[in-house]
Design a protein around this ligand. Sequence first.
Ligand SMILES: [Zn+2]
Ligand SMILES: [Zn+2]
Length: 347
Amino acid sequence: MTEETMKIAVMPGVRQVEIREVAKPRPGPGEVLIKIKACALCTWEQRTYTGAAKGYFPLAGGHEYSGEIEEIGEGTETELRVGDRVTAGIAGCGKCYYCHRGEETLCKLRFASARQYGDLSGPMGLAEYKVAPLEKIYQLSNELPFVEGALTEPTACVVHAQRRLGIQLAEDVLVIGAGTMGLLNMLVAKARGARVMVSELDPQRCQRAAELGADLVFNPKQVDMPQAVKEATHGHGAEVVIVAIGNGMANKQALQAVAPLGRVMMFAAAHPSEELCVDPNWLHRDQVVITGSVSGDVHGFRVASKLLSDRIIDVSPLIEKTMPLSEIEEAFELAIRPDTYRVVLTM
Ligand SMILES: [Zn+2]
Ligand SMILES: [Zn+2]
């Protein structure tokens, strides 16, 4: 019997991507085989592709994906059925200090179960199939299009960050940057009942933010943004500031726009990273909290699956283009353009 194979996208180095043929994986006990239908190109894959962030080559990227269960490993107890729509996300090891604290994003062993194909490593979602352990599987509605289901992971990152911030009904939230992650932050904050202001330099992105429901949009090229935020908030400033772009000026303006007792979230990573200057006396007096967030946790994935499945938020306007896996190179070139939203590959 000849071995079944599948296609997988591999990055051998910076600005290189190719399709390879590898053995189709089979699920073992406690695992499922996902037939991947859609996978989005996240900022992390884009930065690895351009060389802006350090890459571990050859890399088999793709961590924002959705698909359907094709096979359930023998002897696996689950309510899931073959044909169910799913996405796979985070699961901590359950045994370490951070997992015991319910903080799976800090688990050192959370990638330990990743399958290896010879010299390939990575999340391997840019492929036709993937085996994942049951604890990483999150069910999606069978009515949710796969391309939208692929955005569960970025939504989970936002849900995780905003739970840390504890955004409350009617709070004034400022999101800096109206890229995919900025707009996702806006949509989730709106769903939490906040009043959301968006700061963005690009006029087209400003318009997109307004169309998708931003209460106020400021372009720092045209207005003194921190001042405009203060004027819109009875002189207080924003109670929550989410910095969704890795940029020194954005960080600086975040600290200027935040209200006393406010919270500032460094949501985006910056490459290169600029140092943040903070006056300790200002922190002392205004009692502002500066924090960060990375990745999605179990709660974030569960809630994100529901937000998308039950159409509590609509992520379809954040999808720039859908392309077949065979056009992966063109897809990367499109995704790395500063003016595009998520590019999604389909299999
Ligand atoms: Zn991502
Ligand atoms: Zn752990």
